[in-house]
Ligand binder design. Structure first.
Ligand code: KIV
Length: 273
């Protein structure tokens, strides 16, 4: 009898241990088929609250709910085998208190089977990160440009452009590092600042619009695939152009239906004699 052992997923501790070893690879995923395709190539999949903008057409991530994150988290867990899966705590599910954060994060872990959550915030969230980590919930931090704060910061502007901003982002990253995060996403931050922070921290930094010197990189998969074309931030590179390919396929399908060349007889069921 052959015994098949399931391939073990990478854990948050495995991700943390990659600092100084090799660059960490990450992409976002929101659905089972995309998770299946990305899983063999990444160290962790992030079920980001960017799902609200990318899949639901929302203007910001503020409207994303815990239920949406759990449903997409379950889909990504079903489609992946080896990658560590990290799920975003959405706006309003953790900022009120560390107890609220624990309840939301515990729901995510229990209902999806993922092994970590991500939350946005600097020094003001350090106590919450420490509370979660000390109670068994691995946390990925997120500093720099924080999309959930769009209503108070006034937009998606890169940060670290003056001494005050540089001091703040360094303080924020250090506080989340000291609180025990297994990694920290640095988003939309001028390059030398992200580079310096990476050298200063114990935990790995994961850059998006940050620096090639970060310990790892993440992109929104729909951006990387050329699927989300509403706008293209400077830090995005299309590694494929799927949007025009999809438009072309839809046009060809429509033409074939109108010309009655699809379906062909080979696409139909015949009565067996
Ligand atoms: O929500 C998201 O996809 C993110 C990444 C851009 C890091 O937070």
């Amino acid at each position: 009898m052959s015994v098949q052992t399931a391939k073990r997923r990478l854990s948050p501790a495995n991700i943390e241990a990659l600092k100084g070893e090799r660059p960490i690879v990450s992409l976002t995923a929101y659905t089972t088929p995309i998770a299946r395709l990305l899983d063999p190539h990444v160290d962790f999949l992030l079920v980001g609250d960017s799902v609200g903008m990318v899949l639901y057409g929302l203007d910001t991530t503020v409207g994303v709910t815990l239920e949406m994150m759990i449903a997409h988290g379950q889909a990504v867990m079903r489609g992946s085998q080896q990658a560590c899966v990290v799920i975003d705590l959405p706006f309003g599910s953790y900022q009120e208190s560390k107890e609220q954060a624990f309840r939301s994060a515990a729901r995510i872990l229990k209902e999806t089977g993922c092994s970590a959550v991500k939350l946005e915030g600097g020094a003001e969230m350090a106590e919450t990160v420490e509370f979660l980590v000390s109670r068994g919930i691995p946390v990925l931090g997120h500093v720099g440009l924080m999309p959930q704060l769009v209503n108070t910061t006034g937009g998606y502007r890169s940060v670290g452009r003056n001494d005050k901003e540089v001091a703040k982002i360094r303080r924020d990253a250090k506080a989340i590092d000291d609180a025990g995060a297994f990694g920290i996403v640095i988003e939309g931050t001028v390059e030398p600042v992200a580079r310096d922070i990476t050298a200063e921290l114990r935990s790995p930094t994961i850059g998006i619009g940050a620096s090639p010197a970060c310990d790892g990189q993440i992109l929104v998969s729909d951006d990387m695939l050329g699927l989300f074309n509403d706008f293209k931030p400077r830090f995005v590179k299309h590694f494929a152009e799927l949007a025009p390919a999809i438009s072309k396929a839809a046009e060809e399908y429509a033409n074939a239906v109108k010309a009655r060349t699809f379906p062909g007889i080979e696409h139909t069921f015949q009565v067996k004699k």
